[in-house]
Design a protein. Sequence first.
Length: 309
Amino acid sequence: MLGQIIEIEGIGRRITLERGFLAVSGPDGPIGKAPLDDIEALILSNPAVSMTSQALAALAARGAPVVVCGPDFRPAAYLLPVDGHHAQGDRVEAQAEATLPLRKRLWADIVRAKIAAQAAAVARDGGNGAPIGVLVGQVRAGDPGNAEALAAQRYFPLMFGTGFHRARDGGGANAMLNYGYTVLRAATARAIVAAGLHPSLSLMHRSRGDALRLADDLMEPFRPAVDIIVKALLSEGVTEVSTETKRRLAHVLHHDFETPEGVTPLSNLLGRLAVSLAQVFTGERKKLFLPMDPLPLAKTEMEAETSED
C-alpha cells in the first residue's frame, strides 16, 4: 500500500498518538485519524500547530519525516529518524569514504536523467524538447560544463512560458512548484534514511546549512514529474495553492514509472534508487536504479482528469 502525505494546515490543530493512529483535533474537538503505518510524511504548513513528542517518536520509528513549512510552502525544518537500516553503520561509512571520481560519475548519471526528463516533459506538452535533449550527450563526470544549469535556462521558458522566472519565494506557479518539490524532497529523504544512508553526505550539492543535500541530489530527475502537474493546473486556470492543489501535487508520489524491474510508483522508485546508491557505495553494484522512461507513464490519473475537462 502506498503511503499518504498528511498535511496539517488549520489553525489551532493538535496532533496526538491514539492506539496506532495519528489523531488530529481542533478547538471544537476531534477532526480525524490516520493509521501510522500508512503515513509517508507529515507536513505542518500552519505555525499554530501543536504535536506531542509521543506522536513524533512514533512517526520516527516508522521512518516518516515531519516537514515544518515556512513562507511560500518552503520547508523550514525536517525531522528524520536516527536509525534507518540494520546495516546503517557500514553503509554510512562507505558513503563517507566514496571517492570523488565515483561521486562525479554518479552525479553525471543523475544530471543526464534530469535533462532527459526535462526534454521529455516539454515534448509531452507539445513543445520542442530537442534543444534540451541535445545536452544529455554533453554531460561528463561531475558535469564540469554545467549542462544542468544550461538545460534549466532552456527548460523553464519552454515549459512555463518566456515570462516565467523560477523563484523559491515567489507566488503562483512558483508556490505550487515549491509545494510539489517539498513533497518530493520529503519522500526522497525518507528513502535515503530507510536505505541506511546519511542525508547530509551528498554527491554534488554543497549548500551550507542544508541537512538534506543527498535528497537534493537524488530528487533531481523527478522534478519534471512535479512540473507536469503544475503545468496542468495552470492550464485549468489554477494560480494559487489550495487544498485541492496540494492533493494533486502530493499525488506525484503515486505516478507510475517504467523501470528495469517493471512499473512502479514514484514512492517505491525513490526507495529502490536510494538502496541502489547504498549498494554502489559498498561495491555491490555499479549503477543507480533509474527509470527506463524519464517521465511517469502517460495519462496518469491526474493527467486523465485534465484531458477530460
